[in-house]
Design a protein around this ligand. Structure first.
Ligand code: TGC
Ligand code: FAD
Length: 392
């Protein structure tokens, strides 16, 4: 249902805030999602399988590093374009958007921003084309919301670094060619290193039995005395602001992405409610159904405006991390609520793989947790407006 007749809601003519180029980019990604993602995505989720054949295609449509300059294989696009790409991908599935988020904001971005010219030339074009897959290792078994407590460490061995520790819940880990890993040096300073598959002592066991993001490959990054060449350190940043600045970029993309999932659920529920008859009339005619649909559209519209505004601020390099936190938090919760309410409109049909709601709902349980949980983002806002840190 959502494939053929999908009509994205635009109650406030937000489209008028977009350029023709933005709309063309959105059309291109939407067409690709209709063609390549929608027909296979339920099956991939049912079987807990990452559709690897899509990686090269994602590279071809420009979904990897859209805002990275063209000379490094990116598309040199603006932040609104990046957001629209994430929105369209997540209309297909949060797992596909996750793959692209990590590749773009958590792997290409730190290499571009903090890497050497040699690192940029070596990795970015291959990451942009999908020839190479990247992962980002910040979270550890005992340090999730509190990454500053990380135990992963490296020591200077003269001609190389020795890396030890493990990262958990890492998107793309089992399929990655490289991983940007955040670890502490002998002084306890956080720095970024590029680990490459094939380095002795580096393994990536897969995390199985997920009920969420089943089309995404998740795993661990385990480092057991891994010799990392000195040229693989990211020299341009030290401290937690390195990984956290990457998160700002990814969180922004998520804030747009989840609107796609919500729009898919809303559109599907609206269509269904006009066709499904009970008590002799379409269920769209009942006030309680209308309340659900009206509230969903109101929240989607607010989320669209928030994301657009943060995109404009990011284009001007003025968006603060706290503004991005507010947008990520609001929009993910909105999408989760829309998925749940729209699922109810479909009754029993809503729990099947013939419709996207249940899949989006389960995916969004990860999205509301990763890149900073719902509560952590609230505390970031609380800290920003009061000046009081309530984390500790
Ligand atoms: P705190 O003292 O607040 O900050 C340390 C330094 O970092 C700076 N900073 C940021 N810089 C850029 N962007 C941001 N978003 C930043 N947030 C903070 C800050 O100014 C400071 O700089 P400086 O120069 O003073 O050193 O750090 P804290 O240890 O108190 O922690 C604060 C807290 C809790 C907000 C932070 O650690 C946090 O955000 N925790 C949540 C962890 C998280 O989001 N993990 C995500 C892992 S990656 C992931 O989930 C990928 S999912 C991928 C997918 O599949 O899509
Ligand atoms: P915890 O930090 O243990 O939190 C548990 C609960 O305690 C949460 O509700 C939290 O809000 C609450 N809590 C914690 N601290 C406070 C506090 N100070 N005040 C109030 N409440 C608090 N990480 C990566 O590095 N790279 C990835 O690619 C990646 N991909 C992921 C993919 C998936 C599918 C998932 C599920 C996670 C992924 N993550 C990744 C990890 C993710 O970022 C963490 O799960 C997240 O940051 C939360 O950490 P945690 O799970 O350890 O929860």
């Amino acid at each position: 249902m959502s494939t053929i007749r999908y009509k994205s809601p635009d109650y406030y003519q937000v489209d008028e805030l977009l350029t023709d180029e933005h709309k063309l980019i959105r059309r291109t990604i939407r067409d690709w999602v209709n063609r390549a993602v929608i027909p296979i995505i339920d099956e991939a989720n049912q079987h807990h399988a990452f559709p690897r054949h899509l990686v090269k295609e994602l590279g071809e449509i420009g979904a990897f590093g859209p805002y990275i300059p063209v000379e490094y294989g990116g598309a040199g696009m603006d932040q609104i374009s990046y957001g629209l790409i994430m929105q369209e991908l997540e209309r297909g599935d949060s797992g596909i958007r996750s793959m692209a988020s990590v590749q773009s904001s958590l792997v290409m971005y730190p290499i571009y921003k903090y890497g050497t010219e040699e690192q940029r030339r070596k990795y970015l074009p291959k990451l942009a084309s999908g020839e190479m897959i990247g992962a980002f290792g910040l979270t550890e078994p005992n340090h999730g919301s509190d990454p500053g407590g990380m135990l992963c460490k490296f020591t200077d061995q003269g001609d190389h670094y020795l890396l030890n520790g493990s990262k958990m819940w890492i998107t793309n880990a089992p399929i990655c060619d490289i991983a940007v890993v955040w670890a502490k040096d002998e002084t306890g300073t956080v720095k970024g290193l590029i680990a490459e598959r094939g380095m002795e002592g580096f393994t990536t066991p897969e995390t199985l039995k997920k009920w969420s993001l089943r089309s995404s490959s998740t795993g661990e990054l385990v480092f057991d005395d891994v010799r990392v060449p000195k040229e693989n350190i990211l020299p341009g940043v030290k401290g937690l602001k390195g990984p956290l600045s990457c998160l700002s970029s990814a969180r922004y993309g998520i804030a747009w992405g989840v609107i796609g999932a919500a729009m898919d659920c809303f559109d599907c529920a609206l269509q269904y409610s006009k066709e499904r008859k009970q008590f002799g009339k379409p269920i769209a005619g009942f006030q309680l159904t209308q309340k659900k649909l009206a509230e969903m559209l109101t929240e989607i519209t607010k989320a669209q405006l928030l994301a657009w505004r943060v995109g404009v601020l990011r284009n001007e390099d003025r968006a603060t991390p706290a503004q991005i936190s507010m947008c990520k938090r609001n929009n993910v919760k909105m999408a989760l609520d829309v998925a749940r309410e729209s699922r109810q409109i479909l009754g029993a049909m809503g729990i099947t793989g013939d419709f996207p709601m249940m899949r989006h709902m389960m995916n969004l349980e990860s999205v509301i947790t990763y890149e900073g949980t719902h509560d952590i983002h609230l505390l970031i806002t609380g800290n920003d407006i009061t000046g009081e840190n309530a984390f500790e």
